[in-house]
Design a protein around this ligand. Structure first.
Ligand SMILES: [Zn+2]
Length: 349
């Protein structure tokens, strides 16, 4: 079979190679790979920024945003041939920490977890892949290849679960949401915000175009801006920060309404210093009972919530998030610096 492989830590090593077909072990599904989503993490992996091959290997299969069709399922599993599935990315560490032991491996305490396509496990960028039935998530057949959005949506589903758990510390009926950054994560965060009935604002530096039209189609309000100036008077109840841009992160800390929640989801390189008045930030957070928290990754529960959220979404809207589709034969094009929202590789072509 063909697989999209790279050498972790190396530069320009990404290539489609012929590799042996995988053999499912006990309790595993054999899956035909249909689609693979590419994100910033994948682009960093192929630049050699990080990534760890499976023990004893030099190359590994890339890809953690998966969609496939079950070819073979073990007897007694919840799956049958023909089912669409997406794979959970992370696995608990071998000697699980308390969080991993309870299935909360997205909250691993010792960093010894492994991840498909990133850390010590082959990814899903191949014509065939295997997965433990316990880490496969059923995808609504009506979603078809849009099921490739389950992984990015799982990150957002976790963010929302955490926001709601934090909100549950007291009376919590949020009305307004601000999402900063209108990439795939920001747009999916806005989708889940609209599904919760929130007045949803999305801020992105892009001029009006595809992103603004996607936000407006959701019933949201688009702000083409790189500052939070618009929100100083009517501060949102919740901010989901998806850019990682230093100034936006800092300003978001003081731009929520009282008892506000700031969820930090974005990542950006360090090295740029900002002047901050720590006293003002501290006062704002203390006097408003605000919470600021970070979130990354997702566990099985979040993948299932993501699959359900996507099944409820408008499929034409989801379709427009995927702005580039390339066949496996031209897979490298999906890694070019992205002007688009989401690039997807068709593993069947
Ligand atoms: Zn752990």
């Amino acid at each position: 079979m063909r697989a999209l492989t790279f050498v972790p830590g190396g530069k320009d090593t990404l290539e489609v190679r012929e590799v042996p077909d995988p053999e499912p072990r006990q309790g595993e599904l054999l899956v035909q790979g249909l689609a693979l989503g590419i994100c910033g993490t994948d682009r960093e992996l192929v630049q050699g920024d990080y990534g760890w091959p499976p023990p004893g290997e030099e190359r590994m299969v890339i890809g953690h945003e998966s969609l496939g069709r079950v070819l073979r399922a073990p007897d007694g599993s919840a799956f049958s041939p023909g089912d669409l599935v997406a794979g959970v990315v992370r696995r608990p560490d071998p000697e699980p920490c308390g969080a991993c032991r309870r299935g909360e491996f997205d909250m691993c305490r010792n960093g010894r977890y492994t991840e498909r396509g990133i850390k010590e496990l082959d990814g899903f960028g191949s014509e065939l892949w295997t997965i433990e039935a316990a880490y496969a998530v059923r995808v609504d057949p009506a979603l078809d290849t849009l099921g490739v959005l389950v992984e990015p949506a799982s990150v957002v589903a976790k963010a929302w679960e955490q926001i709601e758990r934090i909100g549950a510390r007291a009376w919590f009926e949020p009305r307004t949401l601000l999402v900063t950054g209108a990439g795939p994560i920001g747009l999916l965060a806005a989708l889940l915000g609209r599904q919760r009935g929130l007045e949803t604002h999305v801020l992105d530096r892009s001029p009006p175009g595809l992103k603004s039209s996607l936000v407006e189609e959701l019933g949201g309000i688009y702000h083409s801006s790189s500052t939070l100036e618009d929100f100083q008077r009517a501060k949102p109840d919740i901010i989901i920060e998806c850019t990682g841009a230093g100034q936006l992160v800092i300003d978001s800390l003081t731009t929520t309404a009282a008892v506000g929640i700031v969820c930090l989801c974005g990542l950006a390189p360090g090295g740029r210093a900002h002047r901050v008045d720590a006293g003002v930030i501290n006062r704002d957070i203390v006097l408003e009972n605000d919470v600021v928290f970070g979130t990354v990754n997702a566990n099985l529960r979040h993948f299932r919530a993501a699959a359900e959220a996507l099944a409820r979404a408008d499929r034409r809207w989801l379709e427009r998030l995927i702005t580039r589709r390339v066949p496996l034969t031209r897979a490298l094009e999906a890694f070019e610096p992205a002007k688009d929202v989401k690039a997807v590789i068709d593993l069947t072509a």
